[in-house]
Write a protein that binds this ligand. Structure first.
Ligand SMILES: C[S@@+](CC[C@H](N)C(=O)[O-])C[C@H]1O[C@@H](n2cnc3c(N)ncnc32)[C@H](O)[C@@H]1O
Length: 94
């Protein structure tokens, strides 16, 4: 997992349009940073802002799956990731 600081998180949050308040996000990310994350599933990709944060928190050998009924990811090219990332367009309950 890439080192994460509050300042780095804020840069990513703004640049990639992650939804969620800065004040809420850092406590969560700090907690997760202390863990080895080998699998993450996100429901609700939207612009891909939080997805960029999950990508940074994921271990190199981890698997990241993100699901959205719409394809609105516009803030970054998911093909550029070095991680095992899959975007599924569809409803999470299907
Ligand atoms: C608040 S946005 C997600 C924001 C994103 N996680 C972020 O912070 O960068 C909610 C997204 O969830 C998607 N969504 C809501 N219900 C869903 C469902 N049942 N299955 C798939 N996508 C869903 C919507 O299309 C929308 O893009």
């Amino acid at each position: 997992m890439e080192g994460m600081t509050e300042e780095r998180l804020e840069e990513i949050r703004v640049k990639y349009g992650a939804m969620g308040w800065k004040e809420e996000l850092w406590p969560l990310v700090r907690l997760l940073s202390a863990m080895e994350l080998h699998g993450i599933v996100e429901i609700g990709t939207f612009k891909g802002g939080m997805l960029k944060i999950w990508e940074k928190l994921l271990e190199e050998d981890g698997v990241l799956i993100t699901i959205d009924k719409r394809n609105e990811v516009k803030t970054w090219d998911l093909k550029e990731t070095t991680k095992n990332l899959t975007f599924i367009q569809g409803l999470s309950q299907d």
